[in-house]
Ligand binder design. Sequence first.
Ligand SMILES: N[C@@H](CCC(=O)N[C@@H](CS)C(=O)NCC(=O)O)C(=O)O
Length: 125
Amino acid sequence: MAIIRFILGKIILFFNWLFTPKGMVRSPEQQASVDALSSSLTLYHYEACPFCVKVRRAMKRLSLTIDTRDVKREPSAKEQLLAGGGNLKVPCLRIQNDGGEVEWMYESGDIIAYLESRFSAPSAS
Ligand SMILES: N[C@@H](CCC(=O)N[C@@H](CS)C(=O)NCC(=O)O)C(=O)O
């Protein structure tokens, strides 16, 4: 079973690489503002999880530079996810709001909808 998962993971990563989406283009000022806003986000993920690939592709399409933590490879990331989010499930987006409160968002569809609603316009807020 583990070997099948490993091979499927490699296939997913290969097709993801082959069909890498193009990132949206912003003016340097707009991109700097989006980079500043997205610095408060962290994606907890597995490299070859299809749901995580879907989220990373959305990040690429939206030209977002979001810090990522691989929960399989970094024991500290696994601890942070469990302590903060409460579930060992990926993808999970850690969102630090302006006031400093932290939200842990699970579900790839919800994460993509959140990123699109915040960043799909050229100048984000
Ligand atoms: N409906 C979820 C599915 C996420 C999911 O099933 N993730 C798997 C990895 S592909 C997971 O975290 N499983 C728990 C584990 O591996 O411990 C989504 O769309 O994000």
